[in-house]
Write a protein that binds this ligand. Structure first.
Ligand code: NCD
Ligand code: ZN
Ligand code: ZN
Length: 456
């Protein structure tokens, strides 16, 4: 395998952005030092003063294969990730068929191994399949969920009793439960009340703040009872943030390990209800666009540590699929390729420090899902996987859907400022530099912690 020396770059090391050089050997970071000029690498990359930082780990994507390959597949989804500086994804189970048993898991794994250009984990679905969860865990799922407390794409939502029972089983396995927290009853009630309102923004009112807040409250009760390690997906409201902040504060003050983490999606940080006019049904996702007060609260929570990670919830649908009335249009927006570029732009605008950006886009998601200890992901240190991006913060551009690689063919962030990576390196291989350079199928399956360890 070629070894690489990256020189003339800046790295975030020991809490500072500083000049440094990086030697990569056999897919791993071999050395990070001020000056490595004595080495003789196969490939010398002159970063010309640009930054080298960890590539993103996006623990919440929907790559749609099997079953909906007109929207995305493992090749296009993973190429889109690579071009946006993401080298690891965790894919969620609402495909057709959903990933809820051995055969559906094996089918998805086979497709992903054949087509993905980046490393990947696969989550196990939670529906009426409670007897299959332990088998899925042994087969190597990363975690469980998203567990849908309310209806969303795929219709995999479960009732409160099944939710509580599943949480008990997941606790027994010592796995993580990823939760889509919206309250189904409240959603249905609001939908009835707003029957005559067919404006796109009615979607934000139907899936109200309370709808998320109430579901988080109920889920936290179950978590307190069962003790399940839980990760809230795509949190979007003041109310939910408040409850999760409190839960984490109490855990810390009692010196308990955190059982609760949460992620937010870029569309809840960089878009708001003001975008309904521009986006129409293309702004429909679950949970929905929120007003500026919520957006600010969520960004503050990224900064203060309440939010552990950023995940795109990449949920591609074609323009044809989306071009319906607000009730019939499917929910979800593409975003795996724009996650890192938008976050890097936020750093440039001083909305968050670079160290925090690195934590929420790589270090923390790796840690939450055990990808650091078992798979050497998400740590910028010698001996860890060389999953890196080179980014020139002087090269800000605007997001243009026709330059993106998802089959969706559109982006809710069209026209927004962003900083795309110049180069993406995955396990010591340049997989993106102006074009995707990786071979189909180079991506490796990252078995979850329930998969039996290999014997030496
Ligand atoms: N977020 C969405 O609106 N849609 C997601 C499912 C989900 O994450 O709820 C999808 O798969 O389309
Ligand atoms: Zn969801
Ligand atoms: Zn999702």
């Amino acid at each position: 395998m070629t070894d690489i020396l990256i020189k003339n770059t800046k790295v975030f090391y020991n809490n500072f952005l500083q000049p440094g050089e990086i030697l990569i050997n056999n897919g791993k970071i071999e050395r990070i030092a001020k000056d490595l000029s004595g080495s003789d690498p196969d490939l010398l990359i002159d970063a010309k003063g640009a930054l080298t930082i960890p590539a993103g780990i996006d623990a919440h994507v929907h790559f749609r294969e099997p079953g909906m390959t007109q929207k995305e597949d493992w090749h296009t989804g993973s190429c889109s990730a690579a071009a946006g500086g993401i080298t690891t994804v965790v894919e969620h189970p609402n495909t057709i068929p959903p990933t809820v048993d051995k055969s559906s898991f094996k089918e998805k794994l086979k497709l992903a191994k054949r087509k993905s250009v980046i490393d990947f984990g696969i989550n196990g679905g939670v529906t009426q399949n409670l007897e299959s969860l332990s088998l899925l865990w042994e087969l190597g799922v990363t975690s469980f969920g998203e567990i849908f407390m309310a209806e969303s794409t795929g219709g995999l939502n479960i009732c409160e009793e099944d939710f509580a029972e599943a949480m008990g089983i997941i606790k027994e396995l010592d796995a993580v439960a990823c939760i889509h927290a919206e309250d189904e009853n409240l959603r249905l009630e609001n939908e009835k009340l707003l029957k005559k309102d067919l404006s796109p923004s009615s979607h934000s009112r139907i899936r109200s703040n309370l709808c998320e807040g109430y579901a988080v409250e109920k889920a936290l009760e179950v978590i307190a009872e069962k003790g399940t390690r839980s990760h809230f997906c795509h949190i979007s409201t003041l109310e939910a943030i408040g409850q999760i902040r409190k839960e984490r504060y109490v855990a810390a003050s009692e010196n308990r390990a955190h059982t609760v983490t949460c992620e937010v999606a870029p569309h809840h940080l960089f878009l708001s209800t003001r975008d309904w006019d521009r986006l129409g049904t293309f702004g429909k996702m679950n949970p929905p666009l929120r007003d500026r007060r919520n957006v600010k609260a969520v960004m503050n929570a990224v900064n203060d540590g309440t939010v552990s990670s950023i995940a795109s919830d990449h949920a591609p649908h074609t323009e044809f699929d989306k071009d319906l009335d607000i009730r019939s249009a499917p929910s979800g927006v593409p975003g795996v390729e724009t996650l890192m570029p938008l976050m890097l732009m936020a750093v440039k605008k001083n909305i968050l420090p670079i160290g925090r950006m690195i934590e929420v886009t790589s270090r923390n998601p790796a840690h939450i899902f055990g990808l650091d200890t078992r798979h050497s992901k998400g740590v910028f240190a010698e001996g860890y996987d060389a999953d890196l991006i080179i980014v020139d913060t002087r090269n800000a551009t605007t997001i243009k859907a026709d330059r993106l690689h998802s089959k969706a063919g559109w982006s809710p962030f069209e026209g927004m400022d962003a900083i795309f990576p110049e180069i993406t390196i995955a396990r010591g291989e340049v997989i993106w530099e102006e074009e995707v350079l990786a071979e189909k199928g180079r991506g490796k399956f990252l078995e979850g912690q329930g998969y039996p360890e290999e014997e030496d």
